[in-house]
Ligand binder design. Structure first.
Ligand SMILES: Nc1ncnc2c1ncn2[C@@H]1O[C@H](COP(=O)(O)OP(=O)(O)OP(=O)(O)O)[C@@H](O)[C@H]1O
Ligand SMILES: [Mg+2]
Length: 232
């Protein structure tokens, strides 16, 4: 298993009130799979993803990713883990506004030792003609393509996507999902994606339904649907 989580718990305390946000998560995902996390707002999806990505920590339980027990890493080792193996894509693209497309990608490729070529990833996301544009000169869908290129340029083992189509219209969402599926196939990148859209689950190998900090349902899809055939 590429991701193996058992009995993961996480609480947040503000003032005298402690809220248990993850209540003993069990989760498994194989290498090269696409996993989808569904669940209502506040159910703990981003918290779970942030722990898997090493930008937050669980309170207890085991989180093993690619053989590394990340809940037991010290801060330096956790930074290395995140830097080398993990990339994120968010709903709002977080591109650097005063850097052009090529430069936005190069900032990310400089961080990693095993980076892919910038022009290659631009071609992979269909943005090779816009390398010298600035983010404000791009549509939302194009900005998301660039942020995906920035995410994959360091050739991560795991791509974590938190509502990557949340700000996009129907057709653009579908093209971004198709792109993620292509990335998964081309580079063998394991993808874990959060969405509110249950239709998207049909492109995933595994689907996890989260409610109030617990996985209430898990489905394994023997057959996955190409993103371009998903409708909602
Ligand atoms: N840093 C924090 N401090 C305190 N509470 C937090 C913190 N981060 C998240 N929470 C709380 O944890 C719960 C789960 O939040 P989380 O962001 O994981 O939900 P989500 O499922 O991603 O929701 P959404 O679909 O709205 O993004 C929420 O009740 C939220 O208020
Ligand atoms: Mg969230």
């Amino acid at each position: 298993m590429f991701i193996e989580i058992s009995n993961l718990k996480k609480s947040y305390t503000s003032g005298s009130i402690t809220t248990e946000v993850l209540k003993g998560i069990e989760m498994k995902l194989e290498e090269r799979d696409i996993g989808v996390i569904l669940g209502p707002s506040g159910s703990g999806k981003s918290t779970l993803m942030n722990i898997i990505g090493g930008i937050d920590r669980g309170d207890s339980g085991r989180v093993v990713v690619n053989g590394i027990d990340i809940n037991n890493l010290n801060d330096d080792k956790l930074t290395d883990y995140r830097r080398e193996g993990i990339s994120f894509v968010f709903q709002f693209y977080n591109l650097v506004p005063n850097l052009n497309v090529g430069e936005n990608i190069e900032v990310a490729s400089n961080i990693s030792k095993s980076s892919l070529n910038t022009d290659e990833v631009l071609a992979a996301v269909g943005m090779q003609d816009k390398k010298h544009r600035f983010p404000r000169e791009l549509s939302g869908g194009e900005q998301q393509r660039v942020s995906i290129a920035r995410a994959i340029v360091k050739n991560p083992k795991l791509l974590l996507c938190d509502e990557p189509t949340g700000a996009l219209d129907y057709q653009t969402s579908r093209s971004i999902l198709k792109l993620l599926q292509e990335i998964n196939e081309k580079y063998g990148t394991t993808i874990l994606m959060i969405t509110h859209n249950a239709a998207i689950a049909s492109m995933a190998n595994r689907v996890f339904k989260l409610r109030s900090g617990e996985i209430v349902e898990e489905a394994i899809n023997q057959i996955t649907i190409p993103a371009e055939r998903i409708e909602w």
